[in-house]
Design a protein around this ligand. Structure first.
Ligand SMILES: CC(C)(COP(=O)([O-])OP(=O)([O-])OC[C@H]1O[C@@H](n2cnc3c(N)ncnc32)[C@H](O)[C@@H]1OP(=O)([O-])[O-])[C@@H](O)C(=O)NCCC(=O)NCCSC(=O)C[C@@](C)(O)CC(=O)[O-]
Length: 337
C-alpha cells in the first residue's frame, strides 16, 4: 500500500470512529424521508402536470430514496397544486421496498386517499394557534380532534401514521414558540398512535441553540427513534440544526429535492433542506446513505428545469455536470481527494 492510500484509509477509519463516538454506532442507518413531491411542489404557483410529478417521484426512486411523500389530499380550494393526488397515486407504478406516504388534514382527505392503495398517511397539527388558524382554518385543539379521527381510521385499516408538528421554533403569526407546546403536541400524536413525529421548522428561523432547547423538551416525552427533523432553510441554518439534532441520536431526516418547498400559508417560509445537500453532508460524515448523488442531482435538475428556475441546492449547483460517477463525488465529500 503506498503512502497516499495508507493515509487516506487511516483518515476514513478515523472519520468512522469519530462518527460512531459522536452519533452512536448506528449513525450509518440515517433514514432520509423525501418530501419534494409534496412539500416541495405545494408552494409552486405554476401547476405541475401529473406526469411530471410521477416522473419526479420515479427519478427519486431511481436515485435510491425509500420514503417519498408523494401527494397531499387537502382541499383543492386551499392548495390547487395538490389537487391531482388521486391521479398521481393511481398512475404511479410502485417500486418494491419504497414507501409512498401521503398527507391529509381531515377524514375527507383520508377517504379520498384510501381509494389509491396507500400504506402510510401523514397528519400535520401545529404548535402555534396563529399558524393552525391560517393553515387549517381551526384551532390546534380542533385540529387534533379531526386528526384523531384520521388516525383511528387509518390504524383500523392497518396503515401507518406519521405526525408532523409545524412551527416548532417560531410561528409567522405568533412569534417564538414555547418548546413545552411542541413537546405537548408531540406526546399527543404519539399517544394517538403515530409511529413517528416529524418536527417542522416551518419558517426556518431555528438555530442550533433554539433547536437543541426544543429537542431537550421533546425528548422528555419521546424517544429519539420516534422523532424526525424537518428543517426549512430560510435562514441557511438547516444543516447546522440537523447536526445539533443528530447529537441527540435522531436518525430520520426530511429533505426536499433541489431545496424546493414551503407552505403557502406560512408567510416568509422558503424551501426545505435540499436532499442533494443532505446526502453530500452525510457522505462527508462517513454515513453511507446508499443514495446515488449523480442520479439525485439529475432529479433536481429535472424538476428545476421544468419549473424554469435555478436549483436551490448548493451541492447541485457546485457539482452540476462535472461528475458522472458517484465515487468521485463521495471522495470530495469525505475529503479523500
Ligand atoms: C383543513 C381545510 C380543508 C379546512 O378548510 P375549510 O375551508 O375550513 O374546510 P371545509 O370543510 O369548509 O371545506 C371547504 C371545501 O373543501 C372541501 N374539502 C375539505 N377537505 C377536503 C379534502 N381533504 N380533500 C378535498 N376536498 C376537501 C370541502 O368539501 C369544501 O368543498 P365545497 O363544499 O366548498 O365544494 C383546509 O384548511 C386545508 O385543506 N388546509 C390544508 C393547507 C395545506 O395543505 N397546507 C400545506 C401543508 S402543511 C405544511 O406544509 C407543513 C409541513 C407538514 O410540511 C411541516 C412543516 O414544514 O412545518
Amino acid at each position: 500500500m503506498n503512502k497516499i492510500t495508507r493515509s487516506t484509509t487511516t483518515k476514513s477509519k478515523l472519520m468512522r470512529n469519530l462518527i460512531q463516538r459522536r452519533f452512536g454506532a448506528k449513525a450509518s442507518q440515517i433514514r432520509i424521508y423525501e418530501v419534494g413531491p409534496r412539500d416541495g411542489l405545494q408552494n409552486e404557483s405554476k401547476f405541475v402536470p401529473t406526469d411530471i410529478k410521477i416522473e419526479l417521484i420515479n427519478k427519486l426512486v431511481a436515485a435510491g430514496l425509500k420514503d417519498i411523500e408523494s401527494a397531499s389530499f387537502v382541499s383543492p380550494k386551499w392548495v390547487k397544486q395538490m389537487s391531482d393526488g388521486v391521479d398521481v397515486m393511481k398512475n404511479l407504478k410502485r417500486a418494491p421496498g419504497v414507501n409512498y406516504p401521503v398527507l391529509m388534514p381531515n377524514l375527507k382527505g383520508y377517504e379520498i386517499a384510501k381509494q389509491c392503495n396507500i400504506e402510510e398517511v401523514a397528519i400535520f397539527p401545529a404548535a402555534s394557534e396563529g399558524f393552525s388558524q391560517k393553515n387549517l382554518n381551526c384551532s390546534v385543539e380542533e385540529s387534533l380532534a379531526r386528526f384523531k379521527l384520521v388516525v383511528d381510521q387509518a390504524l383500523t385499516d392497518g396503515l401507518r401514521v406519521r405526525g408532523y408538528v409545524s412551527c416548532i421554533v417560531g410561528c409567522p403569526y405568533d412569534g417564538p414558540v414555547d418548546p413545552k407546546a411542541v413537546a405537548k403536541i408531540s406526546e399527543q400524536l404519539l399517544t394517538m398512535g403515530c409511529y413517528e413525529v416529524s418536527l417542522g421548522d416551518t419558517i426556518g428561523v431555528g438555530t442550533a441553540g433554539s433547536v437543541k432547547k426544543m429537542l431537550r423538551e421533546v425528548l422528555t416525552v419521546a424517544k429519539p427513534e420516534q422523532i424526525a427533523l424537518h428543517f426549512h432553510d430560510t435562514y441557511g441554518q438547516a444543516l447546522s440544526n440537523l447536526l445539533a439534532g443528530l447529537e441527540f441520536g435522531i436518525k430520520t431526516v426530511d429533505s426536499s429535492i433541489s431545496g424546493l418547498g414551503g407552505c403557502p400559508y406560512a408567510r416568509g417560509a422558503s424551501g426545505n433542506l435540499a436532499t442533494e445537500d443532505l446526502v453530500y453532508f452525510l457522505y462527508g460524515l462517513g454515513v453511507n446513505t446508499n443514495i446515488d448523488l449523480v442520479k439525485l442531482i439529475e432529479a433536481g435538475r429535472y424538476i428545476s428545469n421544468y419549473l424554469g428556475k435555478p436549483t436551490d441546492s448548493k451541492v447541485n449547483r457546485a457539482l452540476g455536470d462535472r461528475f458522472k460517477k458517484q465515487e468521485d463525488i463521495v471522495k470530495i465529500a469525505s475529503c479523500d481527494l
